[in-house]
Design a protein around this ligand. Sequence first.
Ligand SMILES: Nc1ncnc2c1ncn2[C@@H]1O[C@H](COP(=O)(O)OP(=O)(O)OP(=O)(O)O)[C@@H](O)[C@H]1O
Ligand SMILES: Nc1ccn([C@H]2C[C@H](O)[C@@H](COP(=O)(O)O)O2)c(=O)n1
Length: 314
Amino acid sequence: MITGSSPNRWVSGPPAGRRTGWSPVRVPCGHTWTCGTLTDRTVGEGRPSAPCVSEPARRPRRRPPVARRHRRVGYCRTGVFRGFIGVRRTGVRDESRQLVVAVDGPSGSGKSTISRRVAQALDARYLDTGAMYRAVTFAVLRDGVDLRDADKITAVAEGLRLGIGTDPLDPHISVDGIAADREIRGPEVTRAVSAVSAVPAVRALLVAQQRAIIAASVRIVVEGRDIGTVVAPDADLKVYLTASADERARRRSSENAASHAATAADLARRDRLDSTRAADPLRRADDAVVLDTTALGIDEVVERLQRMLEKVTA
Ligand SMILES: Nc1ncnc2c1ncn2[C@@H]1O[C@H](COP(=O)(O)OP(=O)(O)OP(=O)(O)O)[C@@H](O)[C@H]1O
Ligand SMILES: Nc1ccn([C@H]2C[C@H](O)[C@@H](COP(=O)(O)O)O2)c(=O)n1
């Protein structure tokens, strides 16, 4: 069972071993939401758990037209009907309309920085999917698993309890109830994460969780490598952020106080592995807007995304 406190703050628990065609829907009552189709792994990190059960809704293959898309229904366990999450087609921006922004791109292109800023501006949730792959990698290394052993890596991923905080001001990740924000950014995890994220069963597991989090969010900015192509192919806006390899290495090395050459080599290695793997490689979605930020400052990139968003939400 995946649980989290509404509205959309904490969602966690891997769907132990199986994908599901069911997604939780947002229950607009402010209580805990539950998706009964995933096996029982609750977290919530001590969050309140007033019981509310959302009615599972089969996720459509393609998004239905806007007017139908938002007619999702929530029930409390008491059976109280909480009403439609409706869409008013008045031409005025509708705050209840779901908004999903997908941001993909190579390492160091600015995905996290820009996605967090945009999410703050939108009062939206923020999902760092790279942090999820890093968390699994952290657990794989912790357990001493051989990076060539896909079955053992999968077993570790299936047994994990991931806590994912989606506040753009303070995103968090915990592994088996213990905060792992610093650990997942260490050099060992960075070296190993491309191997772990190439395992198809790990991807299936995490993609299911990512979709559950998205389905439970009214507005969300999601960043990674396969968001526009696999995780949220129907996102309202897809952006592919990029920058020259030299500029990305310059930014990253000044952030880490590491040598430019070593940083450039690490970025190039990860880009090659992430874009050549068989399962869901890094790829620009056909309908993504490409934004080369080599000569753009952070504020400028955020403003451009906001302008793109104004068009899609108008
Ligand atoms: N447009 C920009 N101009 C200058 N610096 C930037 C810009 N965008 C991001 N940065 C800086 O570049 C560095 C890398 O950015 P960030 O971590 O957001 O990239 P990323 O794509 O999320 O990387 P990764 O995929 O490795 O997680 C950070 O130090 C960030 O402050
Ligand atoms: N959607 C995603 C997100 C990340 N990965 C992999 C590939 C990256 O090298 C690694 C770490 O991501 P980062 O923290 O650098 O954004 O995770 C992926 O395969 N799919």
